[in-house]
Design a protein around this ligand. Structure first.
Ligand code: HH2
Length: 257
């Protein structure tokens, strides 16, 4: 899954893809490099990010989705109004970082469209989530949360076969919490749904490399993290550097096979 953020403030590509033509070009390039789909987002969820209105989010993403009609896309949104428009334009998957807790109408929109859905774990909300996140056992707490949100999605009429689960790397988690989730990813894989991991360029990578003030991580560190996640059963990788990940994961898959 390639990432294109149509935002001024995303942590890694903020401002780069604000022009719809540039955003569509980046998405096409990612598909040509081997991405199975591209995740289009109109609201940053980086730590400290401010929320945007549905109107503004739609204004950012709609011209991009129109230019990419017919291509495999997901929409990174928590808002029913944005998801509804995106699905009408042919988007196949709704990637909701609130796991259907942000907008009471979103579950119905996904169910009615028969769309794929990604449910992600987050402790707190983006503005404040990195202020001292706490868990007794991060892996079992994230697993219990995802299991509960999956049951909720199914009760709202979304087919279980259409749902993937995501530990939410960096969403209300310390570096050690993130590492523990990657280390014991099999517990989440054991929930029986495909596991998506989004660690690409995140600041924890820079911190592991010894830069306490890092705001992003490198492509090489991202690839390393993705390969370890693959080896523990992850099957969808949300990444900014598509070619590098496709090459590394093709190699890792060949070894596993
Ligand atoms: N991470 C980000 C955004 N959406 N969705 C899922 N399912 N999993 C993730 O880990 C995830 C996500 C944050 O990264 P990015 O989109 O690059 O930045 P920003 O939120 O600043 O736009």
């Amino acid at each position: 899954m390639g990432v294109v953020n149509v935002t001024p403030d995303s942590f890694s590509d903020g401002g780069v893809h604000l022009d719809p033509e540039a955003a569509a070009g980046a998405a096409r390039r990612m598909l040509a490099e081997g991405a199975a789909l591209v995740d289009i987002g109109g609201e940053s969820t980086r730590p400290g990010a401010a929320a945007v209105s549905g109107d503004e989010e739609l204004r950012r993403v709609e011209p991009v989705l129109e230019r990419l009609a017919g291509l495999p896309l997901s929409i990174d949104t928590s808002k029913a109004v944005v998801a509804r428009h995106a699905l009408a334009l042919g988007v196949e998957l709704v990637n909701d970082v609130t796991a259907l807790r942000g907008d009471a109408e979103l579950a119905g929109v996904v169910a009615d469209a028969g769309a794929y859905l990604c449910l992600m774990h987050m402790q707190g909300e983006p503005r404040t989530m990195q202020r001292e996140p706490r868990y007794d056992d991060v892996v079992s707490e994230v697993a219990a949360f995802l299991e509960e949100r999956l049951a909720f999605a199914v009760s709202a009429g979304i087919a279980e076969e259409l749902v993937c689960l995501d530990p939410g790397i960096g969403f209300g988690k310390s570096v050690e919490h993130n590492l523990e989730l990657l280390r014991r990813l099999e517990v989440l894989v054991g929930l029986g749904r495909p596991v998506l991991v989004g660690v690409s360029r995140k600041r924890m990578l820079g911190r592991v490399l010894g830069e306490p003030d890092a705001l992003t991580g490198t492509a090489a560190a991202s690839v390393g993290a993705a390969v370890t996640a693959f080896e523990r059963g992850a099957s969808i990788f949300r990444v900014h550097d598509v070619r590098e990940h496709v090459e590394a994961l093709t190699l890792a898959a060949a070894v596993s096979a």
